[in-house]
Design a protein around this ligand. Structure first.
Ligand SMILES: Cc1cc2nc3c(=O)[nH]c(=O)nc-3n(C[C@H](O)[C@H](O)[C@H](O)COP(=O)(O)OP(=O)(O)OC[C@H]3O[C@@H](n4cnc5c(N)ncnc54)[C@H](O)[C@@H]3O)c2cc1C
Length: 428
């Protein structure tokens, strides 16, 4: 096959930016089209497990991400909300010197780091265009293309839509990759409204919180809160400094469709129940709140001809356990191996079908179901003593540090090496 000349990437989230960066490092040109004028700043992912860390390391961004993020995240534990008693714990300190340990940084900051690395690529190899909204796509045997709306003289980008005067522009490449998130236009153009799976019956509320009661109670790291009604995750996201208290993020599930007033009222009660010291509103300050519907859904195929969908555009899951972005980053690591292999004549285009089959299987068999279990574990406290994962943790903690360390860093069932499908001899 001839070398790949150009890949069109839709979306400048973690999947799209990482794909553009890694293709650029291999000398493959891409254009990244992003509807908004900036990267997404909402409170979403912050922790990315070892499989994602390995891809970030391969992309050469890990050191800068660690420097900008939370370099040594200390621990993860599960607590009963009613008593705050700890029922299980993973001491992450034992992996503090391991390159492949969990990565912790708010998503928006990680995107800025990846963008900086893209800027350092040779000029023109990865062209990131903000304010470019993809509205349609097409393909034939030789190429694939997207039609994009951009603001004309009296137009502007507003919440990801182009309003006022707009122009339509076409971008064409050997392949189009939709990395345009859960509401993906690329996926809808390929499959319509078909996206098998479920929508969960609650909404997730996420809030940045400054409250000295966490430190006073000796809390640190990630604290999964277990309770039938008041369940969620309370996690330290930035250690404090002499001038600024530590930043914590509180995430919990509540009824779908609360008005802003109802939400604020309910939040006071949630915080009283979930935070140590049952604080009143004057004892903490909050900064930025975002709310999300959550789903577990996956496409039947991540490839249709010359068009692919990856990460959230293809599959979404509950955020508990930090699997969503991690799964997307692992998709991209594999896709880069496939596209680079094709471009360098080490494999042929069929490898993309294999990539799709394997990534769909990994999601349906392991990632999606485990993310649901991670969530259910939080609101079914009575099962916690019989929970298989909890029993594994207990066993590992009993055996000692070496076994736990091997468990935390092992090559997981989420990962797959696509270079194993390269031809052993160079293509004729
Ligand atoms: C509360 C919460 C907490 C989470 N925590 C974690 C965690 O700790 N760890 C983890 O691994 N995952 C977590 N996730 C999931 C994670 O945030 C997502 O899986 C990840 O952001 C998906 O990345 P992406 O690049 O596929 O899509 P996105 O990040 O959604 O990026 C898609 C981009 O495409 C753009 N776009 C959309 N449509 C178009 C269009 N038509 N044209 C051009 N551009 C377009 C969007 O503007 C956006 O910038 C969490 C999610 C939530 C909601």
């Amino acid at each position: 096959m001839a070398p790949i000349k150009h890949v069109v990437i839709v979306g400048a989230g973690p999947a799209g930016l990482l794909l553009g960066l890694m293709l650029g490092q291999a000398g493959i040109k891409s254009t990244i089209l992003e509807a908004w004028s900036t990267v997404d700043k909402r409170l979403r992912a912050t922790q990315y497990g070892t499989p994602a860390t390995r891809v970030l390391r391969k992309a050469g961004v890990l050191e800068d991400i660690r420097a900008a993020g939370y370099r040594n995240f200390p621990s993860i534990c599960w607590r009963k909300t009613s008593t705050k008693e700890e029922v299980a714990r993973i001491d992450l300190g034992i992996t503090r010197n391991e390159e492949d340990r969990i990565t912790v940084i708010p998503l928006a900051q990680m995107l800025e780091v990846i963008l900086e690395h893209i800027k350092k690529l040779p000029e023109g190899i990865c062209d990131v265009r903000f304010g470019h909204r993809v509205v349609d796509l097409g393909q034939d045997e030789k190429s694939a293309w997207v039609d994009v709306e951009v603001a004309a003289e009296h137009g502007a980008e507003q919440d990801g839509e182009i309003v006022g005067d707009k122009e339509k522009v076409r971008f064409e490449g050997d392949y189009v990759v939709g990395c345009d998130g859960g509401k993906s236009t690329v996926r809808k153009k390929l499959f319509g409204s078909e996206w098998p799976g479920v929508t969960h019956p609650h909404e997730l509320f996420v809030c940045n919180v400054f409250y000295d009661g966490f430190d006073k109670a000796g809390w640190d790291g990630g604290n999964y809160m277990v309770d039938p009604n008041h369940w969620g995750l309370i996690a330290k996201r930035k250690p404090g400094t002499p001038c600024k208290p530590a930043l914590w993020r509180v995430t919990y599930g509540d009824k779908v469709g609360l008005t802003q007033e109802e939400y604020l009222k309910a939040r006071e009660d949630k915080f009283r129940k979930m935070l140590p010291g049952a604080p009143e509103p004057e004892q903490y300050t909050t900064e930025q709140t975002d709310r999300f519907k959550t789903h577990n859904r996956c496409v039947t195929s991540m490839r249709v001809g010359r068009v692919m969908v990856a990460a959230d555009a293809a599959h979404v899951c509950t955020p508990y356990g930090g699997y969503g972005c991690m799964a997307g980053i692992v998709d991209i690591g594999g896709l880069v191996e496939c596209l680079v292999g094709i471009s360098e004549g080490k494999t042929d285009d069929d490898i993309l079908t294999k990539w799709s089959e394997i990534r769909v299987e990994k999601f349906l068999r392991y990632i999606g179901p485990r993310s649901i279990k991670n969530m259910q574990r939080l609101h079914k406290p009575d099962v916690i003593d019989e929970d298989k994962f909890m029993l594994i943790l207990k066993d590992l903690n009993d055996k000692g540090q070496d076994d736990m360390k091997a468990f935390l860093l092992k090559y997981t069932s989420f990962e797959h090496d696509f270079t194993q499908y390269y031809h052993t001899a160079p293509a004729a």
